[in-house]
Design a protein. Structure first.
Length: 648
């Protein structure tokens, strides 16, 4: 091994040991990456000048409407460290004036990049008429501007809000702005709020994070801190579900979380303030809580005091506490289901469930350790072959390889050597080279050797019209993360028997093929299309937030698989008025699932949720035994093991 390669491996090991989740660790993008720097459009970030117009110019340059097949192809808008004063709303419109998707705002770090609303800003002074600092919207993906009851023209509503991101920054709504909303967020399929702090002074802040327009989700909100505001998080609509991981809220004046009819999945949520901390309002509201603590500063320490519930709440490993009421202190972790305001069904945690795990933080290092794939022959041109260029870049010895924003074509599998620990796509696209025969069944990328963890982020895979294959094959014993990526017409991950731990963070829309004894961890996993979407052959699989749309089975467990789906929304997306496929096939395996079904039409529902098969016999779990939720069902706790027999 060369001295340069050894030095990079030692650096990566040190970074892993000391941990780089500290939000003071900053990351900048190379100048030739295709990222849009707001400073190039006149933003100063000095805390004195108004940067609103400059940031809006940068956002406008991030991309136009590329149609349904390239909905992910927008450029990142980057805010280097500094304090950016704004006096109006930051949003994206296309050159036509229509609302646009693909607003990707990324700061240098959560602690060093601040967007601050000026004090007493015009239009933010009315607590009964809220206005957002950041306002993400949908494109007009299909249909009319009012289809489904949406208001696209006035509010940017719709289900084409693809690739909206707010990351690695803080927002302060200033003083004297009681109508201010820090972020009014609408996103679908691959979108996220990550590593963000939202702050409000006592005389400012109506809502920190609002997600009430048609139709929010699937969305990942990860590492969010909220301090102050009347309401911390406000969610509405009955689709499509929001996943929160590592949530910290304190000091809300009315309530921390308000949910009307949607599906909220929360892991490691620490919430303190006035009771009730959470309002699960509306008969269709579903709340799944895994870990964390609810600390009510008023009232007794019990679940019904902390949560005002009118729907269904699934609870796992939750601590409820009230420091001011020691005589009511409740010990131990809560496990069970709360239906309505009083019906509590307690049950033990199942010992066989796969353990949850934190995300692996991608290697963050100085730009001296990054190399540009274009320097080795990779070309932003879908008619030219970049296979050799990508192979040479990955073999260069640099731990981070990036692809400047663009479209790259390959004609064969690209193997990832152990020296590479991160591939940064910059929201680029990889696709087969037209007119050349890609080897049948060969994956785009193969992680086939051992080594330190490898992350592939913001890289999209388009296999439209090609033979079946995988985007990433994991056959080597190293940890692999795929994050913020789209896979069209292919299997996103083929994790083979000897493959290492696999982490899927905010991905859409491909299938999963899983084998081996090492666990797979997924957060906000969206999979869409026909056939069996996830095949698990003997692996421990943990999913936090699952969203599906397709006519077939969601998960097929085989060979002693252990699958845990905690929270989500499934949609059969069919109208066959027949039995159809079950939502889950469970063959000699273990399955735990909590979700809601949200069919589009009366005839689109699953008739059978689980087809169970073991050496002891067969049975089916009919959907009809679960409580209704509109046209669908609440499934708060469904557990099947190989020892279950008989019919239900």
């Amino acid at each position: 091994m060369s001295r340069m390669k050894l030095r990079f491996l030692v650096f990566a090991l040190f970074a892993t040991i000391v941990g780089l989740q500290d939000d003071t660790w900053a990351e900048s993008f190379p100048d030739d990456s295709g990222v849009i720097n707001v400073r190039a459009f006149g933003a100063l970030g000095n805390g004195h000048n108004d940067d609103t117009a400059a940031i809006l110019r940068a956002i406008a340059a991030s991309g136009e409407d590329n149609g349904d097949r390239l909905f992910w192809h927008d450029r990142i808008v980057y805010l280097p460290r500094g304090t950016y004063l704004v006096s109006g709303t930051l949003l994206k419109r296309y050159a036509t004036g229509q609302f646009g998707a693909g607003l990707i705002l990324i700061g240098e770090s959560q602690s060093s990049t601040m967007i601050r609303l000026v004090d007493h800003a015009d239009g933010f002074d009315n607590p009964n008429r809220n206005r957002a600092v950041i306002f993400t919207t949908s494109k007009l993906a299909s249909g009319s501007p009012t289809a489904g009851g949406k208001d696209y023209v006035g509010r940017g509503e719709g289900d084409g809000a693809y690739m909206n991101f707010v990351e690695d920054l803080s927002i302060d709504v200033g003083h004297g702005n009681p109508g201010a909303v820090a972020i009014d967020f609408l996103g679908n399929n691959v979108d996220a709020i990550r590593n963000v702090t939202l702050r409000a002074a006592d005389d400012s802040g109506a809502i920190a994070l609002s997600m009430t327009r048609k139709w929010p989700g699937p969305t990942l909100v990860q590492n969010l801190r909220v301090d102050g505001f009347n309401i911390g998080i406000r969610v509405a609509q009955s689709t499509h579900g929001i996943t929160f991981d590592h949530l910290r809220l304190k000091g809300q004046r009315v309530t921390a979380i308000s949910n009307t009819d949607n599906v909220l999945i929360l892991r490691d949520a620490e919430i303190s303030g006035v009771a009730p901390l959470v309002r699960n309002e509306g008969a269709r509201s579903f709340l799944a809580l895994d870990g964390g603590a609810l600390v009510a500063m008023t009232g007794p320490a019990d679940l019904t005091s902390a949560i005002a519930n009118f729907g269904i709440v699934r609870v796992r490993n939750l601590q409820v506490d009230a420091p001011n009421w020691d005589q009511h202190r409740q010990t131990g972790l809560l496990q069970g289901v709360l239906s309505g305001q009083a019906d509590w069904d307690k049950f033990p945690q199942h010992a066989w469930l796969p353990p949850s795990a934190d995300s692996l933080v991608p290697l963050r290092t100085s730009r001296d350790h990054w190399t540009n794939a274009a320097h080795y022959g990779a070309v932003n041109d879908p008619t030219q072959d970049s296979t050799s260029g990508l192979r040479q870049a990955l073999a260069s010895g640099f731990p981070v390889v990036y692809l400047p924003h663009g479209i790259y074509a390959i004609s064969d599998t690209v193997d990832v050597p152990p020296t590479v620990q991160r591939i940064v796509g910059m929201n680029s696209v990889i696709k087969p080279l037209p007119g050349r025969q890609f080897p049948p069944g060969a994956p785009f990328f193969r992680v086939g050797s051992g080594g330190p963890p490898i992350a592939i982020d913001r890289l999209n895979f388009d296999n439209t019209g090609q033979q079946a294959r995988a985007a990433v094959e994991v056959s080597g014993a190293r940890d692999v993360t795929v994050q913020d990526s789209v896979a069209l017409d292919l299997t996103l991950i083929d994790r083979q028997a000897n493959g290492g731990r696999t982490f899927l963070e905010n991905v859409c829309c491909g299938k999963l093929q899983l084998a081996g004894i090492r666990p797979i961890f997924a957060r906000q996993l969206t999979t869409e299309g026909p056939g069996v979407r996830i095949v698990n052959m003997g692996s421990p699989l943990w999913i936090l937030g699952l969203s599906t749309s397709g006519s077939g089975t969601v998960i097929e467990n085989r060979q002693g698989a252990h699958t845990d789906v905690f929270g989500g929304l499934i949609d059969a997306a069919r109208d066959d008025h027949g039995e159809g496929a079950p939502a889950f096939n469970n063959r000699n395996s273990w399955l735990s699932a909590s979700f809601v079904e949200q069919p589009r039409r009366n005839g689109s529902r699953y008739r059978v949720y689980v087809a169970q098969e073991s050496s002891l016999g067969r049975k089916s779990v009919d959907a009809s035994i679960f409580p209704p939720r509109g046209l669908g069902r609440f499934v708060a706790a469904l557990v099947e093991t190989p020892g279950d027999t008989g019919s239900q």
